[in-house]
Write a protein that binds this ligand. Structure first.
Ligand SMILES: Cc1ncc(COP(=O)(O)O)c(C=O)c1O
Length: 418
């Protein structure tokens, strides 16, 4: 089997340092592929049908992914960001609208809202799970709220039921951002199809990977039709290529046939890989339960399967004589264990102020809107979590027991230093 070195796109300081030092024989590289992918790619190449307009590989993947996620409609798109753009686009999100999002997420969740000149409103996280807290969601709902995005952070699921219930009560659609959550389940059913629309990413670091790629799933036939037209520059599924008549605005967010073929091949491995990640996560839970000061983050009781895109745990510096998380991560890096401190607090990042100061935002919301927005969007739990969380990436969870034993010894020896 051929293997390639995995490079995470949103690289974080320590992850980069450790990745360089990682022992290739201990930390599995990503992606995993063999002749199956080669055969699929060659078939597309030789067919000369490289776009979904005349090929069948994207449609085949869509059928398989709809079956996997137990949803009625799946639309493959160019990437996870595009999936969010399609979801917000078909819900008609625009200037003046507020969209509730968690602050502990990849920036794409927020960028998608900003692309429509709408206002992202942060609902702070539950410090025990790092998932969006439904109580904070309820507190942020206003007459302007037009959508709620629930992110299944790291492949775990938070209180999705409570968020969906809030959406129902206030007549606000809920989007599941499941970019990190392939095979995750809530109440025994795959994520993505519980709310109005579900969005996935198949970017290179993801548990299901075609280099770039994404999907939108839904059980709403009318939204599915709108989604197709949105991602196809306003052209509906049945509109002949020769007819130039448009009802709505859209963009070209299509996936290529090559990626469709790759995804179908990659799907043949995901269940086995997911089982292996879960088994490793269980061992890591046991290792951390022995060390006072390290604890894995919780998932909701109704999360019946965790996808473990990341294994996230909490570092309590007070339990280690004040030695910082940064020092702990450096220690792991020197032992050639790749580790990351994860996200910076999104609500404090300058992109928000800079965006609210653009001509479009000032036109829509007035000159001093950012100051008003900031008062409503301070998220103390998120700020604290961003300073205390530690991540292992999903490919580490595919490692042989040797690496897990090494992690066990390393955290024990760290705890002994006083
Ligand atoms: C939570 C979340 N949402 C959206 C995205 C965007 O996906 P993509 O990188 O495929 O555009 C990502 C990707 O990292 C993500 O983690």
């Amino acid at each position: 089997m051929q293997r390639r070195q995995f490079v995470s796109l949103p690289a974080v300081q320590y992850a980069a340092e450790a990745a360089k030092a990682a022992e290739p024989e201990l930390v599995p590289s990503w992606p995993v592929f063999d002749e199956l992918e080669e055969t699929g790619l060659k078939a597309v190449l030789r067919s000369g049908k490289w776009g979904r307009g005349n090929g069948g590989a994207v449609a085949e993947f869509e059928n398989r992914y709809a079956a996997l996620t137990a949803t009625q409609h799946c639309l493959a798109v160019a990437n996870g960001t595009s999936a969010l753009l399609v979801a917000l686009g078909v819900l008609g999100i625009g200037p003046g609208d507020e969209v509730i999002v968690p602050p502990y997420t990849f920036i794409a969740t927020v960028n998608a809202v900003l692309r429509f000149h709408a206002v992202p409103v942060f609902a702070d996280i539950d410090p025990l799970t790092l998932q969006m807290d439904p109580k904070r969601v309820a507190a942020q709902i206003t007459p302007r709220t037009r959508a709620i995005i629930m992110v299944h952070m790291a492949g775990g699921v938070g209180e999705l039921g409570q968020v969906i219930e809030l959406g129902r009560k206030h007549n606000i659609p809920v989007i599941e951002d499941a970019a990190q959550a392939h095979l995750a389940e809530w109440q025994g059913r795959h994520v993505g199809g519980h709310a109005t629309l579900g969005c996935f990413s198949f970017q290179a670091s993801k548990n299901l990977n075609s280099g770039e790629g994404g999907a939108v799933v839904t059980n709403d036939a009318a939204l599915a039709e709108k989604a197709f037209a949105f991602h196809n520059n306003s052209r509906g599924r049945t509109q002949p290529g020769t007819e130039f008549h448009y009802e709505t605005s859209g963009a070209n967010l299509r996936l290529t046939e090559f990626q469709g073929a790759l995804l179908t091949a990659q799907m043949s491995r995901i269940d086995k890989q997911a089982r292996r990640r879960s088994a490793t996560a269980k061992k890591l839970d046991e290792i951390f339960s022995k060390v006072d000061g390290l604890s894995p983050y919780h998932v909701a009781k109704e999360c019946t399967r965790n996808a473990y895109h990341l294994y996230m745990f909490h570092y309590d510096a007070a339990k280690f004589g004040g030695r910082s998380r940064g020092d702990f991560m450096k220690y792991l890096a020197t032992k050639r264990i790749p580790v990351s401190g994860g996200y910076a607090p999104l609500q404090d990042e300058p992109f928000l102020k800079n965006t609210f100061e653009t001509r479009g935002y000032q036109f829509a919301y007035g000159k001093n809107y950012f100051e008003k927005w900031r008062k409503r969007n301070d998220c103390p739990a998120n700020r604290k979590a961003c300073g205390e969380a530690v991540w292992f990436t999903q490919n580490l969870l595919l490692a042989e027991p040797e690496l897990i034993q090494k992690i066990d010894k390393t955290v024990e020896s760290w705890a002994r230093i006083r």
